[in-house]
Write a protein that binds this ligand. Structure first.
Ligand code: SAM
Length: 239
């Protein structure tokens, strides 16, 4: 199907971002696949094209307005679900090397289909829990950037995500606009895990009421081997 990308392009421009015809084609294919698979499995509650563009695609890539993603080499997206923010980031910044992780097998099957149909390379989707993957040698402290959207409270999310980040790298949590209380509740966890709150960028999607905060956490110390704790513990018992 031919979709109108004018609004998406204009909003990207406001964020000083742009896209090629190939990228438009990939976003179209991704949208079509998402709608098709959404009929048989739960991928997203939002299916109308303009809303998907705004709340999923634009929201995912908006991080590019705050950091130079051309220089971020290895990225891991924890709890990626239907591929957010990882797939839109990969489409708009094709040089990135991205690992998508989710604990729901069916979503990984969908993501592998997306990766194959969009013919994108240096991207991989794996099934498993963050708590388990973070203890594997090939994944632990191997990433320049870890991103995660709509997965858990920041305290729990820090335990999922910070162990994957190299010292000197960054974990960016996509959070809602109002974040003060959650940040206070997560300070201790961030420090225990070897992180340091670097900054919070508040951000409004162009021409919408939709606000969010990007929470930037720098990895300043190695994470102790005891973290993350056993699968299921971080969500039940915050540090
Ligand atoms: N990030 C996507 C987005 O913004 O649309 C999906 C958000 S969805 C609400 C949360 C996702 O996190 C689900 O797909 C779930 O399977 C995954 N998830 C939850 N806990 C996880 C864990 N411990 N390890 C890996 N994935 C997890």
């Amino acid at each position: 199907m031919n979709y109108n990308f004018d609004k998406f392009e204009q909003k990207l421009l406001q964020l000083h971002l742009s896209m090629t015809d190939l990228m438009k084609n990939q976003f179209s294919q991704y949208y079509d696949l998402m709608c098709e698979w959404n009929k048989v499995m739960n991928l997203t509650a939002i299916t109308e094209f303009d809303e998907v563009i705004e709340k999923h695609f634009l929201d995912s890539v908006a991080l590019g307005a705050f950091i130079d993603l051309k220089h971020e080499k290895r990225i891991i997206d924890i709890g990626t679900g239907a591929g957010f923010p990882g797939i839109p980031l990969k489409i708009l910044f094709p040089e990135l090397d991205i690992l998508l992780v989710d604990s729901l097998k069916k979503r990984i099957v969908f993501l592998n289909e997306v990766i194959q149909k969009l013919e994108i390379s240096n991207i991989c989707a794996v099934h498993g829990r963050a708590e388990d993957f973070a203890h594997k040698k090939d994944y632990r402290e191997k990433y320049d950037l870890c991103v995660s959207r709509a997965v858990a409270h920041l305290s729990c999310l820090s335990e999922y995500c910070i162990p994957f980040v190299k010292r000197g790298g960054m974990f960016v949590a996509y959070k809602s606009a109002e974040i003060t209380e959650e940040l206070t509740q997560s300070e201790r966890a961030i420090e225990i895990l070897g992180g340091k709150l670097s900054k919070v960028e508040k951000f409004q999607l162009p021409d919408t009421e939709y606000g969010r905060s990007f929470v930037f956490i720098e990895k300043v110390n190695h994470t102790l081997k005891t973290y993350p704790r056993k699968a299921g513990t971080p969500v039940r018992c915050h540090l």
